[in-house]
Ligand binder design. Structure first.
Ligand code: GN1
Ligand code: MG
Length: 369
């Protein structure tokens, strides 16, 4: 019988190590979970055992999957040892020390206890939901304020470094086909016109005492939060692969990106892409309700740059990937990355408008002049 790779991994995490242990009735039942653009995830049911989430870590994106897992275990152990009140998904062990399975096909697998009766959303439905999601990611960072973030391994170098992303985009421009360059013409212009956001990032990188590195999630979108089905309350954040030291605006900005609009990043209803002011305010105030004390005065002063930087960065990443012939983000139709970039640039425009009209917020704050 031909046993697939994920089936073998599921058996291992289910505690079935030998063929003698395997019977028809304890063969794991595996279903594919939709969602992320990077890893493959499955729900596994095994007779008389708690269900679990099985994941294959994408090693094209995460070149050192063992580091991804060791970062997670560091956080997990810290919360247990320090009795930090923060819920995290429980990693499953194959043996005493082992939480990873390296398949002979060259892939890395891990598993977590499945958290039942939950749901997650692609967009926020009520400002309250946005507020509690913002608090969740803020509490995540706050929970590790006593943890030395420099001990975390860098699983994706320069991941949320806007200057680096901009240079990748520049390189993509040089190698793109004439056809793709033409299709993306307006979007390329919209990005290059806004190079001052990159310059802003360059400047704050030179001020480590004012702009601090903390434990950041780096994928703080609402889709990465589990809500309890019945009550709608937040249970916990998930997807900690990109936890690394970073700037606060990575998470706050990704939340603005993913929750202040009624359409998600894949929407092609371009005329509906807009920032909802009440959601925007809920996100910023929810985040500050937890993080205000942690942030420096200078960080708070430029808080409205958070959404700008992250939406801009995501537009750049989607467009660069389109120009690179879609090597990074999974697509379901040919122009999807182009459309995602357009979606994000429209969102950026809408945020710029809001900040100018309603907040009289200067995009070049004096602190960084
Ligand atoms: C990727 O796979 P997923 O959806 O969790 C990406 C994020 C992007 C996001 C866009 C490792 O996350 O940075 O913001 O897509 N993760 C990685 O939705 O590149
Ligand atoms: Mg992710």
């Amino acid at each position: 019988m031909n046993v697939s790779e994920h089936q073998k991994a599921a058996r291992l995490f289910a505690g079935i190590r030998n063929y003698e242990d395997l019977f028809v009735e304890n063969e794991p039942a595996i279903s594919t979970l939709q969602g992320g653009l990077i890893n493959h995830s499955y729900k596994v049911l095994v007779k008389n055992k708690a269900p679990f989430l099985l994941q294959q870590i994408n090693h094209h994106v995460f070149k050192t999957p063992d580091d991804v897992q060791s970062n997670y275990l560091q956080l997990w152990n810290f919360t247990k040892q320090q009795e930090v009140a923060l819920q995290l998904p429980e990693p499953l062990f194959i043996s005493d020390q082992q939480t990873l399975h390296h398949s002979k096909e060259g892939n890395t697998w891990r598993a977590f206890k499945f958290i039942e009766k939950t749901e997650s959303y692609k967009v926020a439905h009520w400002p309250d939901q946005a507020y509690s999601t913002a608090q969740t990611f803020a509490k995540f960072t706050a929970a590790f304020s006593e943890f030395d973030s420099s001990t975390l391994k860098t699983t994706i170098p320069k991941f949320h470094n806007l200057s680096f992303r901009y240079s990748e985009f520049d390189t993509a421009l040089q190698f793109a086909s004439a056809d793709r360059l033409q299709q993306a013409g307006d979007l390329i212009k919209a990005i290059t016109e806004r190079i001052h956001y990159k310059n802003f990032f360059d400047q704050l990188q030179n001020k480590p005492a004012l702009f601090k590195k903390r434990v950041m999630h780096h994928d703080a979108k609402i889709a990465n939060v589990l809500f309890e089905e019945e009550s709608g309350n937040v249970i916990c954040a998930v997807d900690f692969d990109t936890v690394m030291p970073g700037y606060y605006f990575s998470d706050l900005g990704d939340m603005i990106r993913s929750m202040s609009c009624n359409e998600d990043e894949t929407s092609v209803y371009f005329d509906k892409i807009a920032i909802r002011k009440d959601f925007y305010e809920a996100i910023v105030s929810g985040y500050l309700s937890v993080m205000q004390e942690e942030l420096t005065k200078e960080e708070v002063e430029v808080i409205h740059h958070s959404g700008i930087i992250m939406i801009y960065m995501q537009a750049i990443r989607f467009l660069a990937d389109y120009l690179n012939k879609d090597q990074y983000y999974r697509i379901t139709y040919p122009d999807q990355n182009l459309h995602r970039a357009k979606n994000q640039l429209l969102l950026l425009q809408s945020l710029e408008q809001l900040l100018e009209d309603e907040y009289s917020y200067s995009i070049k704050p004096s602190v960084l002049a």
